[in-house]
Design a protein around this ligand. Structure first.
Ligand code: GDP
Length: 196
């Protein structure tokens, strides 16, 4: 899919105030600093669509972007950053859960995982929760360029093994880099196929 147009529509913390549900949407979520803003910017070819920042935990709201006048890309708050207070984390979670459970037009959520890190409890628990709620998701491994090819394969294998301890099968996954743009077209093609 070619991105011809990408525009910011709105930011809010209440799913009830999100745009009406007439278009399909796809959400992107992950721990702070996972590379979510970079991925959204690189994928849409708009360098400032999502704000990238050295300050983890900055994106606190549900951000809707309209792509090609055809579907919404939704940037969700980064979760699990240790330096934000417990209360703030609980607030994030409430916002995220409210959104995820109430958007019938949300067709898939992309859960971002930094490929360099061993499986983290917070990500695994989040995916477990998505599964229990019957919410479709796929995994996006980020920052592929930071590892040698062999190490990439190793990391994916390790992640798969960890997930297979509780899941019957590995969800679809993408291995990506916002630096080299590896895997980004695959995500867009995946979205295009669902949209059809
Ligand atoms: P967010 O908090 O998840 O939105 O993360 P950002 O997009 O702000 O990225 C966090 C840091 O990781 C920044 O310093 C980015 O430059 C860096 N980063 C993000 N994606 C990549 C990538 O694909 N490759 C490399 N080498 N660095 C990346």
């Amino acid at each position: 899919m070619e991105i011809k147009q990408a525009k910011f529509v709105m930011s809010n913390s209440d799913h009830k105030k999100c745009p009406n549900k007439s278009l399909p949407e796809y959400a992107f979520i992950g721990r702070s600093n996972v590379g979510k803003s970079s991925l959204i910017n690189a994928m849409t070819n708009f360098s400032k669509l999502a704000k990238t920042s050295g300050t983890p935990g900055k994106t606190q709201l549900i951000n809707h972007f309209l792509i090609n006048e055809d579907w919404y890309l939704v940037d969700l708050p980064g979760y699990g950053y240790a330096k934000v207070s417990k209360t703030l984390r609980a607030d994030f979670r409430k916002i995220i859960d409210g959104y995820l459970l109430n958007r019938e037009n949300l067709l898939c959520t992309f859960v971002l995982i930094d490929i360099r890190h061993a499986p983290q409890k917070i990500d695994l628990e989040f995916m477990e929760w998505m599964g229990k709620k019957g919410l479709p998701f796929v995994i996006v491994f980020t920052k592929q360029d930071k590892l040698k090819p062999g190490a990439v394969t190793n990391a994916v294998d390790k992640y798969t093994a960890k997930l297979m301890e509780t899941w019957a099968e590995m969800p679809p996954y993408f291995v990506t880099s916002s630096e080299t743009k590896v895997g980004l077209d695959d995500i867009l093609d995946f979205i295009e196929q669902i949209n059809r």
